[in-house]
Ligand binder design. Structure first.
Ligand code: FES
Length: 517
């Protein structure tokens, strides 16, 4: 089996029974904030795109690149489709011209022509990616690969049961706006960033240890940020609170926990993988490449500046009545929302500036009032969350009728945020469900989830605790650790106070716990 690195989470896998191209992302994503690092735009995408199968793991724009898919990927390719509850991924691929779909069943092995076996696990909670993230398992000629991507399964057991895995590709770096965009003192941001960075690595070690593959490939990040306003997010300033460590940092951190089987793929690197070994060749020496990262990014920044400027020029639509349009689109959803609206529990304010981000004057303040089920001008009140961003970005979201503001505005990091109280996942869940189909799905999921997590128990010393984590149902008998009266679920690091049942990480999500008599 041959694995060719094509940048970020993308790779091409060649076997004698056919080739699969995964997540071919090239063009900047999220309001031109994220670029693939290292740059993969010089690869021969027409040749790479001449494949038998295409796998797009999910709709996040650093995985689903509509422009590249439209222009360069063969429409003869059969799409290996994850089993998602909404049809959006399939619909968007059809719009781009793909017509051949192999609809997989989640967690079922499918045998394709020539004995190529595939299994796709689809994760479907409202907090998994843009409502859906997935991993691809492949077997051919006795060689097994798990492309876990940036998915966060609660358990890799289902893949391990299919036989020893030879190559495990997984995320290790950050892909979120926290804590950088929060209006906090720098020292607090650094402390939170460091915790986040450590937690990302801990989670990665846990997954690696679960699967015990022969070779581990760090993929799916970090992106690079080339716009002046975002430049400081690149991990080139020796900031221990930066959440975007690169592949070379992965290798050194992995070595500290005894890991010696890491393989970094640059765009154009090729690994020949067999049951016994993996041999990798690179287009340029790896150590040298990462040693020159800062100069590399500086050069890329110059080169890509016109692309960013052209994108910015397309965002402004000052003729749009932002308040009126948001009222029209969001109020009917607020009316239907039970779980999400209750979960947010207060007004959320948007301060809109005359720039493309947080600089400049605030020219309009709008409140999405969840308890009052209204969108209206800000009325000098206390709010749950406050976001500050460019009016032009919201104008553009309205213009393109964007139904997922996480997969556009929030991942762009072109905003700042402040909140009263704890993190509230419902705020972001709501703003990724700005369509009828998505909102209904999320509401239904929370309804079922609330009932399901209550069912079984597990024991921690003196405590009887519900077995499933109130966050995303991780099995706490595997992921839970108790220190004093605090239980931590190691899957995403959420903490719970056992005597009161209170979630210490987010609003809501109470845990059921009782001290044994
Ligand atoms: S499942 Fe996310 S912290 Fe437990």
């Amino acid at each position: 089996m041959r694995i060719t690195g094509t940048g970020h989470a993308s790779m091409r896998i060649d076997t004698s029974a056919g080739s699969i191209l995964c997540d071919p992302w090239v063009n900047p994503a999220y309001f031109a904030s994220w670029f693939p690092f290292p740059d993969n735009s010089e690869l021969d995408w027409k040749a790479l795109g001449d494949v038998d199968y295409l796998y797009v793991s999910h709709l996040h724009r650093d995985h689903f690149d509509a422009k590249n898919l439209r222009e360069n990927i063969s429409k003869k390719a059969t799409v290996l489709l994850p089993e998602y509850p909404t049809s959006q991924l399939e619909d968007e691929l059809r719009e781009l011209g793909f017509t051949k779909f192999f609809k997989t069943k989640s967690n079922e092995v499918h045998e394709l022509d020539g004995g190529l076996k595939v299994m796709i696990q689809a994760l479907i909670s409202p907090t998994d990616g843009p409502i859906g993230d997935s991993s691809l398992w492949i077997e051919h000629d006795g060689v097994r690969v798990l492309n876990q991507n940036d998915a966060r399964p609660t358990d890799l057991g289902i893949f391990a049961e299919l036989g020893h895995v030879h190559a495990h590709m997984l995320q290790f770096s950050g892909a979120i706006w926290y804590p950088m965009v929060y209006e906090l003192p720098e020292s607090a941001k650094t402390a939170f960033g460091k915790q986040k960075r450590d937690r990302q690595f801990d989670r990665t070690w846990r997954y690696i240890d679960d699967l015990k593959a022969d070779h581990v490939f760090p993929i799916a990040g970090p992106p690079c940020f080339l716009d002046d306003e975002l430049w400081q997010f690149n991990d080139i300033f020796g900031d221990e609170g930066n959440i975007f460590p690169d592949q070379s940092v992965f290798l050194s951190e992995y070595a500290k926990v005894g890991g010696t089987n890491g393989i970094v793929l640059l765009p154009g690197s090729v690994t020949e993988l067999s049951e016994g070994e993996a041999t990798t060749t690179h287009p340029t020496p790896i150590d040298e490449f990462f040693a020159n990262k800062k100069a590399y990014l500086e050069e890329m920044r110059q080169r890509k500046a016109p692309i960013i400027e052209a994108e910015k020029a397309s965002w402004r639509h000052p003729e749009i009545d932002v308040l009126g349009e948001l009222k029209k689109r969001i109020e009917p959803l607020l009316e239907e929302s039970i779980y999400l609206a209750k979960g947010v529990g207060g007004p959320v304010r948007f301060d809109l500036t005359d720039s493309f981000g947080t600089s400049g004057e605030v020219i309009e303040s709008i409140v999405v009032d969840f308890p009052g089920k209204q969108v209206r001008p800000y009325a000098d009140e206390k709010v749950r969350y406050r976001f500050k961003t460019g009016r032009a970005l919201i104008e553009h979201l309205i213009h393109i009728d964007e139904g997922d503001w996480v997969n556009s505005l929030f991942l762009s990091c072109r905003f700042s945020a402040a909140r009263i109280g704890q993190y509230n996942e419902f705020v972001y869940a709501f703003f990724k469900c700005l369509s009828e189909e998505r909102l209904q799905y999320a509401e239904g999921w929370y309804d079922e989830h609330e009932k399901a997590v209550e069912a079984e128990d597990t024991q921690f010393g003196d405590w009887t605790v519900q077995r499933r984590c109130p966050h995303l149902k991780a099995d706490l008998s595997r992921f839970g650790i108790v220190d004093g009266n605090t239980l931590t679920c190691q899957l995403h690091g959420w903490k719970f106070d056992l005597p009161s049942g209170r979630c210490l990480t987010s609003v809501g999500h109470k845990i059921r716990a009782e001290k044994n008599a």
